[in-house]
Write a protein that binds this ligand. Structure first.
Ligand code: GLC
Length: 425
């Protein structure tokens, strides 16, 4: 399968500088988990629809009988989760010890002093960071320090029903055509579904459309370059998809959970989502489309096929009273054993050797394709900035206004440019 070769547009910088400077961990980072002492750590992450968390915790506790992991479920929506973490951590709460951190948070959280930097742990335990996907490591690196360990990497994918379309559409124009034509086949209600609600996922979907036509938000030096014909074309195509009549009527309210729920019920021919959806679709207990779904790169525009880079990392609360035990858990989940468990639930590993494991390859054929790793590594990151929440908010509001017809694509892009220039200086 060579399709992944065509994937990818803008490469991430592949250079990781692991700073070996003194780490400045608090003295309380020593406590917890040592010498058989019983410790309970609280691990926070968003709702897990794949079942991987339970398995990870079970395997970890078996290996570390002196550490119990209590799971604290956070909201699924990354933005809502983010706001709750900020409330907790800005009050210096020690309620949680370990948390999953979206790739867009480390810069902000590090700057705000919410996270424990991990360099000393990484060096002490000889973690070989060169074994991880560089872009995933880089997402947790800010001001020369590593603030979070990469847990899984995400890139937008096109899902298609193999029993309805022989070949996945290769361009966004083709996608619109196929979605219109095939809608209704085999009990489907729509031709295509993506995430177009006003939230973080909209930013990812927008980046993919813009990138397909050559549009970017910032250039490599961090300058705002959003106002380009490529971005306008991309947003116009996104509007065309939303108005095509081939997407669900409530497309402007759809996030990831609605997407996978519809898709596993067999309600759509095509879908845009992250890799995790594959494991849900292959689970006979909940899916009506087991073995009927193929995965492909997102369609091209007139420039490229682009995927947004997403993913989650693990960080330790700066105010945790159990940093040693917390690190043991982070090390386990992001190490070989944890990465394999995650991969069996379609959370794409960041630890590269996991891709070579035959069991992992069997569970998700994507992982057997070396071009998948290349594709993920070429996905487009969102701007790395402590001001990311403001950047995201601007994009969410304007793209949403364009999709609901309040402003034209041109106006939305111009508005974004003006507002982003105030934030990104
Ligand atoms: C996925 C991605 C994350 C992104 C989110 C948007 O969880 O991994 O990076 O921010 O989707 O909804």
């Amino acid at each position: 399968m060579r399709w992944w070769k065509t994937y990818g547009a803008v490469s991430l910088a592949l250079v990781l500088v692991l700073v070996t400077a003194a780490c400045g961990a608090n003295s309380d980072s020593e406590s917890g988990g040592g010498d058989g002492e019983q410790v309970t750590i609280v691990y926070a992450r968003g709702k897990d629809d794949t079942g991987s968390t339970q398995e990870l915790v079970k395997a970890f506790e078996k290996k570390h009988p002196n550490i119990k992991v209590k799971f604290k479920e956070m909201p699924t929506d990354t933005g809502t989760s983010h706001d709750q973490y900020v409330t907790m951590l800005s009050a210096q709460s020690s309620e949680i010890d370990v948390m999953d951190v979206d790739v867009i948070w480390p810069a902000e959280f590090a700057q705000a002093g919410y996270l424990q930097d991990l360099d000393r742990f990484i060096q002490r335990d000889n973690i070989d960071m060169s074994q991880y996907i560089p872009g995933a490591v880089e997402a947790g690196n800010y001001n020369g320090k590593q603030w979070a360990m990469p847990k899984f990497i995400d890139a937008g994918l096109l899902y298609y029903r193999k029993d309805i379309v022989k070949e996945p559409p290769k361009t966004w124009d083709e996608l619109i055509e196929v979605a219109k034509k095939q809608k209704g086949k085999k009990g489907t209600k729509s031709g295509f579904v993506m995430q177009a609600a006003q939230y973080e996922g909209l930013v990812c979907n927008f980046i993919e459309f813009a990138g397909a036509y050559g549009g970017r938000i910032l250039d490599d030096k961090g300058n705002v370059v959003i106002n380009s014909p490529g971005t306008v074309k991309g947003l116009e195509k996104m509007i065309e998809v939303v108005k095509s009549g081939a997407v669900p009527g409530n497309i402007l309210a759809i996030k990831e959970p609605e997407t996978h729920t519809m898709y596993k019920e067999g309600e759509s021919v095509l879908a845009r989502n992250w890799p995790y959806m594959f494991s849900i679709l292959q689970n006979p207990d909940e899916s009506k489309v087991v073995d009927q779904v193929g995965v492909a790169p997102l369609p091209k525009g007139d420039k490229a096929s682009t995927a947004a880079l997403g993913g989650w990392m693990m960080g330790i609360n700066k105010y945790s009273k159990n940093k040693e035990a917390a690190w043991e858990f982070v090390k386990f989940v992001t190490g070989p054993e944890g990465q394999k468990i995650s991969a069996l639930y379609s959370h794409s590993p960041t630890y590269l050797p996991t891709y070579d494991d035959p069991e992992v390859q069997k569970a998700n054929p994507l992982y057997a394709d070396e071009n998948f790793v290349k594709g993920v590594s070429a996905a487009i990151p969102r701007p790395v900035s402590p001001e990311y929440p403001k950047i995201s908010e601007i994009i969410q509001v304007e793209v949403s206004n364009a999709l609901s017809g309040k402003v034209s694509a041109k106006e939305a892009v111009k508005n974004m440019e003006q507002q982003l220039k105030d934030v990104v200086k």
